[in-house]
Design a protein around this ligand. Structure first.
Ligand code: CAA
Length: 248
């Protein structure tokens, strides 16, 4: 196996942490991107991971800021090497019905979840093209595939991410690069913990497997998509959702 450099944005979050561990276990150099104001928490996270045997680098990246992504990707290049594997996992929610949704809550979600994927990918793509190898995995959501009450902003951003995946997959298909989406269902993380308890309970009842997913179940899918073995899957949207939404 060739050792690669992997960048996971939102790497210190619930799903991001599991993806960092998975890529680390596969022998790669892994860098977790974190939101710059959360430096202290990110350093504590890094120490905790090191104590468990996962040596993961850190990089401050505000994915919503195009220029900051350029700075961060250059810095990672100098410190760790060019990014071969990119997992766009940074994401936020600002739930609310459309009739009450502020422009700020719409914009925050689109800028972080959708623009963020463009901003980071734009700065790593030329290096991947030059080296003739790359793996990009965009973490979207079941709610981008089917819509969700109270998530007009989030559903739009996550559906948009997969449009981005499909277009970039076409542009890179002959260049040794695969680009795919993983669409998680409801996964046990701080993001779903923040939901109203009753709403979450009723959603779990509607999941055919009758349980939430674990971050490791997402990381397994990402690990394979980002590997050498995945040499022929590109432009796909892989659902990991306990049967909540069966796409064709
Ligand atoms: N379907 C249909 N109607 C619903 C509904 C639903 N799922 N949920 C609420 N309603 C109805 C209520 O019964 C109520 O009806 P009446 O007006 O007739 O009484 C009305 O909608 C309430 O509307 P409001 O605008 O007042 O909504 P609210 O302020 O009570 O809160 C909400 C709405 C903030 C969206 C809340 O329902 C909520 O947080 N829902 C969770 C959304 C969700 O799934 N988020 C996922 C977060 S995790 C994640 O995003 C990760 C991932 O990828 C899966």
């Amino acid at each position: 196996m060739t050792k690669r450099v992997a960048l996971v944005t939102g790497g210190t979050g619930g799903i991001g942490s599991a993806i960092c561990r998975e890529l680390c276990s596969r022998g790669h150099t892994v860098v977790a991107g974190y939101y710059p104001p959360e430096k202290e928490a990110a350093e504590a996270w890094q120490k905790q991971k090191r104590d468990k045997g996962f040596d993961i680098g850190l990089a401050a990246i505000d994915v919503s800021d195009f220029a900051d992504c350029e700075r961060a990707v250059n810095q990672i290049g100098g410190e760790f090497g060019g990014v071969d594997i990119l997992v766009n996992c940074a994401g936020i929610t600002r739930d609310g019905t459309l009739k009450k949704m502020s422009e700020a809550n719409w914009t925050a979600v689109i800028k972080t979840n959708l623009d963020g994927a463009f901003h980071v990918t734009r700065h790593v793509i030329n290096g991947m093209l030059d080296r003739g190898w790359g793996r990009i995995v965009n973490i979207a959501s079941v709610n981008g595939q089917r819509g969700q009450f109270g998530q007009a902003n989030y559903s739009a951003a996550k559906a948009g991410m997969h449009g981005f995946t499909m277009a970039v997959a076409l542009e890179t298909a002959t260049k040794g690069i695969t680009v795919n989406t993983v669409s998680p269902g409801y996964i046990a993380t701080a993001m779903t913990e923040a939901m109203p308890e009753e709403v979450l309970k009723s959603i779990i009842n509607s999941i055919p497997m009758r349980r939430m997913g674990s971050p490791d179940e997402i990381a397994n899918a990402v690990g394979w998509l980002a590997s050498e073995e995945n040499s022929y899957t590109t432009g796909a949207n892989i659902p990991v959702n306990g049967g909540l939404f069966a796409s064709h």
